[in-house]
Design a protein around this ligand. Structure first.
Ligand SMILES: [Zn+2]
Length: 456
C-alpha cells in the first residue's frame, strides 16, 4: 500500500458544499483519497511520503473537455486565416500526412503540455491513430476519453478519411473492446461525430444506438458556425440541434462542443435532455466562430465545462489561461461584471468537467473515495501576489507557471515543475524534427510576415 500525505495546504475541495480546508491535509492511498481535513500523522504507514505544502493551494486536477491530440504538431500552421482555409488548406493536409509515429509524438507533446497547466483529465475529439493516443495517455499517466475521427460524408475531405457508416461503427466498437478501461482504468473509449457536415443521419443514429448500449459518451462539434445551421436547415429542414433532437440523439451522454449558435429553445432542449457542453473561448475567438451564450446556459443549469480545442486553433493547451478568458469574454459580451464569476469558472473546470466526462462519481472534487487527481499551486510569484482573494486570484492572475505539481490516479506526473513520466528535453527535440517533416510532406507553405535577411 502506497500512502502520500499532503499537509498544511489551502485545499479547495470543490465538494458539494464547496468547502475550503485552510491548513488542511489530504491522505492519498494508492489511487484514491483516503482522508481529508485533519489527519494524524501517527496513523500513517512507516514509508508514507509526507509533503509539507504550507502556503500552497491544492485543487482538483482540471478537466479539459475538448482536445485534438493529433493537431499538436500543427501549432502555427493556420494563424490569421479564415475557417475554410484553416480546415481544407492547412489542418486536413497536415493531419492526413500523419502516421503512427507522428501521431504518438503529437499526442505525447500535447499530454505533457496539459500536465504542465494542471490538467489531469481530457476528452479527445477524435483522431486517426487511436492506438497512438492510447500509448501516449498510458505513458504520460493522464486520464482521458479517446475517440476516433469519424466521417462518412463531406466536401474537400482527404480521400483516405472517408469511410462508410458501417466501417466507422465497426472500427469504433473494435477500439472500445480493445482499449476501454485500460491503463489502470484511466483510458475510456468514446464515440465521435466530427460535425453534421461530415456525418450522415445513418451514422449519427447508429452511433447513438451503440454508445447507449455500451454506456459510453459521444463527442461532437455542434452549432459551431452560423453557416452550419443554414446548411442543415436547407438540407434537412431544421437547425443542427433540432435535427439531432428529431433523430433522438440528444441525451446525457452527448458532449456538444462550441455550441456558439444556439437559440433559447435549443438551450432548453439541452437542459431537458441533460446534453453536456464544452466551451472553448480562445478557439471560438481565434477561428472567429463567435461568442457562445454561456451565462444563459449556466443560468439554466446546463453542465458547461471548458476545453482548449487543438493547437492550431487556440494555440495553447493551457487551462489557466482558458479559465481567465472564460470569465472575461462573457463580462465583455454581456457588459455585466458579475457574469461568469471566478467561483463559477472553477466549477466549470472541475465538477462540471467531471459531469461532461461522465465521471462525476470519480473525479472533479477532492473527497474521500474519489480518485487522487489533484494539483498544487504555488502562488509565491510576483505576478500572483498579493493573495487577497485566493479563488479570484487563481482565475484572474495565476498562469500555468503557478502549477507546481500535478498528480493523477495517485501518481505524481509533475513535481516541482519537473515532468516525471518521461524525458521532456528528448520530447522537445522529437517535436521540432517531426513537425517540420510533416509540414514539408503536407506541402504547407507559410508566408513570411516580415522580410527575412539570412546572414551567412
Ligand atoms: Zn474541435
Amino acid at each position: 500500500m502506497k500512502q502520500i500525505l499532503l499537509k498544511n495546504a489551502y485545499i479547495v475541495s470543490m465538494n458539494t458544499r464547496r468547502e475550503i480546508y485552510n491548513n488542511g491535509s489530504i491522505l492519498i492511498e494508492n489511487d484514491k483519497i483516503k482522508a481529508i481535513g485533519k489527519i494524524e500523522e501517527k496513523s500513517l504507514s512507516v514509508n508514507a511520503e509526507i509533503i509539507d505544502l504550507k502556503g500552497k493551494i491544492i485543487l482538483p486536477g482540471f478537466i479539459n473537455t475538448h482536445v485534438h491530440l493529433s493537431q499538436q504538431l500543427g501549432r502555427g500552421i493556420a494563424d490569421d486565416v479564415d475557417l475554410l482555409t484553416w480546415l481544407r488548406e492547412r489542418v486536413w493536409p497536415y493531419e492526413s500526412s500523419f502516421d503512427y509515429e507522428s501521431s504518438l509524438i503529437s499526442s505525447t507533446a500535447c499530454c505533457v503540455e496539459m500536465i504542465k497547466s494542471g490538467i489531469t483529465t481530457f476528452l479527445e475529439s477524435g483522431g486517426q491513430y487511436v492506438e497512438a493516443m492510447v500509448e501516449a495517455v498510458s505513458k504520460t499517466g493522464l486520464r482521458a476519453s479517446l475517440s476516433k475521427s469519424v466521417m462518412d460524408v463531406g466536401e474537400g475531405l482527404p480521400k483516405s478519411w472517408i469511410k462508410t457508416a458501417d466501417e466507422e461503427i465497426e472500427k469504433q466498437i473494435e477500439l472500445y473492446n480493445k482499449f476501454n478501461n485500460t491503463s489502470e482504468g484511466r483510458v475510456k473509449i468514446w464515440f465521435a461525430l466530427r460535425t453534421i457536415f461530415n456525418n450522415s443521419d445513418n451514422l449519427i443514429l447508429k452511433t447513438k444506438q451503440i454508445a447507449d448500449e455500451l454506456n459510453t459518451g459521444i463527442h461532437m462539434h455542434i452549432a459551431e458556425i452560423a453557416a452550419e445551421n443554414e446548411y442543415v436547415k436547407s438540407n434537412k429542414g431544421n437547425s443542427t440541434v433540432e435535427h439531432l433532437h428529431n433523430l433522438g440523439v440528444l441525451g446525457p451522454n452527448l458532449l456538444a462542443v462550441h455550441t456558439v449558435w444556439l437559440t433559447d429553445k435549443e438551450i432548453d432542449l439541452f437542459k431537458l435532455y441533460d446534453v453536456k457542453v464544452s466551451h472553448n473561448p480562445a478557439a471560438a475567438m481565434k477561428v472567429v466562430l463567435g461568442f457562445a451564450r454561456i451565462p444563459e446556459m449556466l443560468e439554466k443549469g446546463l453542465s458547461v465545462s471548458i476545453g482548449t480545442d487543438g493547437a492550431p486553433s487556440n494555440n495553447r493547451m493551457d487551462m489557466m489561461r482558458e479559465m481567465y478568458l472564460t470569465s472575461l469574454i462573457h463580462k465583455g459580451r454581456t457588459l455585466n461584471p458579475k457574469a461568469v464569476p471566478a467561483e463559477q469558472v472553477l466549477e466549470m473546470a472541475t465538477v462540471n468537467g467531471a459531469r461532461c466526462a461522465m465521471l462525476e462519481n470519480e473525479i472533479g472534487s477532492l473527497e474521500v473515495g474519489k480518485k487522487a487527481d489533484l494539483i498544487v499551486l504555488n502562488q509565491n510569484t510576483l505576478h500572483s501576489l498579493p493573495l487577497h482573494d485566493p479563488i479570484a486570484n487563481i482565475v484572474y492572475t495565476m498562469t500555468s507557471e503557478n502549477v507546481e505539481s500535478t498528480m493523477c490516479n495517485g501518481k505524481w506526473l509533475m513535481k516541482n515543475r519537473e515532468i516525471l513520466v518521461l524525458n521532456e528535453a528528448e520530447l522537445i527535440e522529437k517535436v521540432k524534427i517531426k513537425a517540420e517533416e510533416i509540414r514539408v510532406k503536407a506541402k504547407i507553405e507559410l508566408p513570411n510576415r516580415f522580410p527575412i535577411i539570412n546572414i551567412i
